[in-house]
Design a protein. Sequence first.
Length: 128
Amino acid sequence: MNRITKASGLTLFTLLVLTAPVAAQVNVAGKWMLLLETPDQVAELTATLEQDGTTVTGVLELPDVEAIAMSNGMIEENKLTFILTMSFQGQEIAMEVTAEVDGEEMTGMIEIPDAGFSFPFTGKRVEG
């Protein structure tokens, strides 16, 4: 009887370990309203994101500016990262975006390494 109990316990333990959820992958697909805080103002932006596994693609729309496509988008667990590159007065400006996603909300930073600036933002999913 003792061997049966041990074998049953080992079987149960093995099943629990093999079926335990791996760190949940967050789904960021959809339309997000972002509030970007700069020293002069709070700007409202719209991000439309698509997700395929850990790869994230999409565009960021700013008022009075053409939509900016993102590159190198990645979601790992709840950490979202991507690069935005826009032209401004004939120069390419790269912005590094990092965010932590919590359900229907995110908080993060947009950094412009070449200029030494970084700005916090918050976001809320509005569609998707």
